[in-house]
Write a protein that binds this ligand. Structure first.
Ligand code: NPQ
Ligand code: MG
Length: 370
């Protein structure tokens, strides 16, 4: 496979509802789409960085020059054995895994299309034809608003509720949710809002038999998570901390987590995501697919990834309509009344692109050639 050109597009999409985490509120997304072209065939990827360097260090402003000046030139005009070869070609970069992963995912999609295969099959997935779905619910202006939202998502069939927490929006609110919904699968995500000094407060959450608490401590701190896990019963799930299979192995060895959230962008693409998956699976650690408020391409890639066997817990991959009034793929991603997404068999990521709509929301475009 030889890639002739790579087209970058930044699209702007307002969210249906603001999304608030411990690090701030997001109301609109600027997303970088990567189109990799070989002959007349295109593969597509989505870079999952946020608008600000708050979730991790990457952001809309950093990913454009990284893909244009450092990632695309490494793959353009050279004979690629397979999409597996892309990640090693950018491995000399320090960090910038989401930028690297967005381009890598585009090449996986391209290769699947060249072979006429669905992406899930091309990455070695296919363990399930239906993906179990949960939702991630942001911090709300009041507890009653959160309870209402949860009620609506459960009525739509979602199998698991994740609520965002932070100091001041934690034990009390979780208690209210548990009192109202005693039997649901419930978990909390702190996005690194606590330190080990908060261990007693985090221990109070044990009372609510959460499925897990996600990334309570610093984004780059595995050892403190091990110390916290030794003090609390609720399983810790690591998100931000796990940027590679190596990190996954270390976190598991140190007993810093009992569950791993795998995000395609955070680990730098499909190659590393599969390696993280394999490390977790070999250790008997369950995994699930995280979300980054993706548009349709990223959402479809997450669905393909979620067909690998060890994605045994409901993930944060949910319907397009929870985020967008109109998505860039057609049909939009939809869920069944059982709270699942049906895996599609079309080549590549399995959905049609709405190119007219993409054009209408593009705020920046640039083509890179060999
Ligand atoms: C998480 N996502 O699991 C992330 C965090 C997150 C669905 O909970 C812009 C872009 C804002 C990506 C805010 C979910 C974001 C973002 C939060 C990702 O931790
Ligand atoms: Mg998280």
């Amino acid at each position: 496979m030889r890639i002739d050109r790579i087209i970058l597009r930044q699209i702007r999409m307002p969210l249906v509802h603001f999304f608030e985490t411990s690090f701030g509120r997001t109301t609109s997304r600027d997303i970088l789409l990567v189109e990799a072209v070989s002959g007349g065939v295109s593969g597509w990827g989505e870079v999952t960085a946020g608008e600000n360097p708050f979730y991790n260090e990457e952001w809309t402003g950093s990913i454009w020059p990284i893909v244009r000046d450092y990632c695309a030139p490494r793959v353009l005009g050279r004979e690629l054995e397979s999409a597996e070869a892309v990640s090693p070609l950018t491995a000399h970069l320090r960090g910038h895994l989401m930028a690297r992963g967005g381009m890598e995912a585009a090449v996986w999609d391209l290769e699947a299309r060249l072979l006429g295969k669905p992406l899930w099959q091309h990455i070695g997935g296919g363990a399930r034809k239906e993906i179990p779905c949960g939702v991630s619910i942001g911090i709300q202006d009041s507890a009653p608003e959160l309870l209402d939202k949860i009620e609506r998502e459960l009525a739509a069939g979602y199998q698991r509720i994740k609520m965002k927490i932070k100091p001041g929006w934690d034990v009390d609110v979780v208690r209210q949710v548990r009192e109202r919904f005693p039997r649901i699968k419930l978990m909390a995500d702190a996005n690194s809002a606590y330190t080990l000094a908060d261990a007693d407060r985090l221990k109070q959450l044990d009372e609510f038999y959460l499925m897990m608490i996600e990334q309570p401590l610093a984004h780059d701190e595995i050892i403190d998570h091990a110390a916290l896990q030794a003090r609390i019963q609720t399983p810790i799930c690591l998100d931000e901390c796990i940027r590679s299979a190596h990190h996954a192995g270390q976190a598991i060895r140190l007993r810093a987590c009992g569950i791993i959230n795998i995000k395609l962008g955070r680990v730098g693409g499909f190659r590393e995501a599969r390696r993280v998956h394999d490390v977790a699976q070999a250790a008997g650690v369950p995994a699930w697919c995280g979300g980054m408020l993706e548009a349709g391409i990223g959402r479809a890639h997450n669905i393909a990834l979620s067909t690998l066997p060890n994605f045994t817990l409901p993930g944060d991959v949910s319907a397009s309509r929870r985020y967008w009034s109109r998505d860039i793929v057609s049909p939009p991603v939809e869920t069944t009344s059982r709270g699942t997404i049906l895996v599609r068999d079309q080549p590549g990521f399995g959905y049609e692109l709405d190119l007219d709509f993409i054009r209408s929301i593009t705020v920046r475009e640039e083509t890179v050639t060999a």
